[in-house]
Design a protein around this ligand. Structure first.
Ligand SMILES: Nc1nc2c(ncn2[C@@H]2O[C@H](COP(=O)(O)OP(=O)(O)OP(=O)(O)O)[C@@H](O)[C@H]2O)c(=O)[nH]1
Ligand SMILES: [Mg+2]
Length: 198
């Protein structure tokens, strides 16, 4: 990969787009950024210690030992003219104060959802709806989780029909790429709509 990005001249003229990967605690944000990044992803993982007991809600993700405390960062070249910079958000409520900072300059977002704990992505959906930032919902299919249809998840989340919603596996590069390409198309469609109404 990254071959299309090797020409420095080309890299200067390529469009760089900032995107967020958001969602609740432990839904797979760090995994998603890491699976698709062509550079070693920057991670800010800290071990979950007994100090976080009663603060961090581990129900449903009891096996989790680390958590993102600042951000994840990765990069992917979609084609020689388009480079995506991915910023994964921290998932826990105590890091909410960082979201405004991370969202600055972003053109769109992936909201990752875990069907075992769907309610954990409500705040992310609200955040992007309130700001009018285009987003897609990626339903991360965890092993052993009941597979709901996309329309069932859409109804449960109460997101508009215009918001793309797709099943994915955050560990899988191609699956993650599919989510990002869907987001890019959605962002472009939104930009066209704004232009034609403005
Ligand atoms: N089976 C399965 N496991 C996954 C998938 N995505 C992530 N995991 C696992 O779930 C755990 C949590 O993933 P993370 O990527 O750390 O989740 P996160 O959303 O970044 O978590 P926070 O930063 O703490 O909010 C890890 O142990 C992953 O290996 C998936 O698609 N399927
Ligand atoms: Mg994380």
């Amino acid at each position: 990969m990254a071959s299309g990005n090797s020409d420095p001249q080309r890299r200067l003229t390529a469009t760089a787009v900032k995107l967020l990967v958001a969602g609740g605690f432990g839904v797979g944000k760090t995994t998603m950024v890491g699976s698709v990044s062509e550079v070693p992803p920057l991670r800010t993982e800290e071990v979950l210690t007994s100090a976080s007991e009663g603060v961090d809600d581990l129900s449903g993700v009891e096996a989790k030992t680390t958590t993102t405390v600042a951000l994840d960062f990765g990069r992917i070249t979609i084609n020689p003219d388009l480079i995506l910079y991915l910023f994964g958000t921290p998932g826990q409520d105590r890091f909410w104060f960082m979201w405004d900072e991370l969202a600055r300059g972003a053109l769109g977002a992936v909201v990752l959802a875990d069907t075992r704990r769907l309610e954990t992505c409500f705040p992310a959906v609200d955040f992007f709806e309130r700001r009018g930032l285009p987003f897609v919902v990626g339903v991360n299919c965890f092993d052993g989780a009941y597979r709901y249809g996309t329309e069932e998840v859409r109804a449960a989340l109460d997101v508009d029909q215009t918001v793309p919603l797709l099943l994915c596996d955050a560990r899988d590069r191609e699956s993650t790429k599919q989510v990002l390409v869907t987001l890019i198309h959605h962002v472009m469609k939104n930009a066209d709509l704004v232009q034609s109404h403005g």
